[in-house]
Design a protein around this ligand. Structure first.
Ligand code: ADP
Ligand code: MG
Length: 307
């Protein structure tokens, strides 16, 4: 940074140099990309970005199972995995072994067992344990750099992938409160946001930041899903408390969001996610499968009402 006495001066462009974009054509490129994204999404009815603030709350599992429930309810669904560092969606939706088909003028999504279309960085990596390496000058820069790279990779996917006709395109965002605003510039007016929390004060505190930031960026936040709300006893099927905490409805209200519903903790959800089997199809008569279906119906009703 300039003026810190480290002898290095970074020269920033002045606004006069940016007028007409100083010849670098960045502005024109951004506009062109935005136009491409718009035409790629022309046949997608609802774009829903799902954020959580905090990692490990089950956001990807919720996205995967909502995608499956909506598909069972007759909707056409695609999922874009926006988490480049920990891509999980491809595996959870049973396409982990496929590769992304990249043609000259577009990329074609992988198609999972239920017909769900999936795009993920994981489908470009040679092996499951191959990390995406982010070059950053210092460790301090790494987080910011990663966020920026993730946002631009998501933009490239949105500009290149041909989804075809979809009722829902879910974007599974990486953890971090600022992820939704990153999308706003590109998908302004086209994307709505939902959040996933668990019944803990820490999770809710962090997700509240995500909601405030998203709203400030002009994103319509339409609902909250509370995951791991209670534990399903594998012997009798009864649901007991997993975390102490107030009820989900009150938590959603404090975020100023409608509650889309709650999902209990059920070890078979994790098992199916790891195997890439659709939980709701393998265990249809469980409290958790019914909960996913109820959340999917609520989401569908809310968004259909929005037009
Ligand atoms: N309701 C649930 N019941 C059982 N396991 C769950 C549930 N929700 C998430 N998990 C498991 O918790 C772990 C973290 O979930 P994941 O969806 O990867 O979190 P996130 O995307 O928020 O980082 C995974 O192993 C997942 O299978
Ligand atoms: Mg995830």
């Amino acid at each position: 940074m300039a003026g810190l006495g480290n002898g290095k001066e970074t020269k920033m462009k002045r606004y006069r140099e940016i007028v007409g974009d100083g010849g670098s054509a960045v502005l024109a490129q951004v506009q062109e990309q935005r136009a491409r994204v718009e035409s790629r999404l022309a046949r997608v009815r609802h774009v829903v970005a799902v954020a959580s603030g905090k990692g490990g709350v089950g956001k990807s599992v919720v996205v995967a199972n909502l995608a499956a429930s909506l598909t069972q309810q007759g909707r056409r669904v695609g999922v874009l995995d926006g988490d480049l560092n920990g891509p999980a969606i491809a595996r959870m939706l049973g396409v982990g072994h496929q590769t992304l088909r990249v043609e000259r003028d577009h990329a074609a999504p992988a198609i999972g067992p239920l017909g769900i279309k999936v795009v993920s960085m994981a489908l470009l990596l040679p092996r499951d344990d191959t990390p995406v390496i982010w070059e950053a000058p210092t460790q301090d820069d790494a987080y910011v750099w990663r966020g920026t790279m993730e946002a631009s990779a998501a933009r490239e996917f949105l500009a290149d992938v041909e989804w075809g006709e979809l009722d829902y395109l879910f974007i599974d965002l990486p953890p971090g409160a600022e992820r939704l605003p990153h999308l706003a510039g590109l998908l302004a007016g086209r994307v709505r946001g939902a959040v996933v929390t668990i019944p803990s004060q820490v999770s809710r505190m962090i997700v509240a930041k995500a909601v405030v930031l998203a709203r400030t960026a002009g994103i319509d936040m339409f609902g909250e899903v509370e995951n791991m709300a209670g534990y399903v006893c594998p012997r009798c099927g009864a649901v007991g408390d997993l975390f102490p905490g107030d009820d989900a409805e009150a938590a959603a209200t404090s975020l100023g969001l409608p509650s889309l519903g709650t999902i209990p903790f059920d070890p078979r959800i994790a098992l199916c996610a790891d195997r890439g089997d659709p939980f709701i199809a393998v265990y249809p008569d469980t409290a958790a499968a019914e909960a996913f279906a109820a959340v999917a119906s609520r989401l569908d009703a809310l968004l259909e009402a929005c037009g």
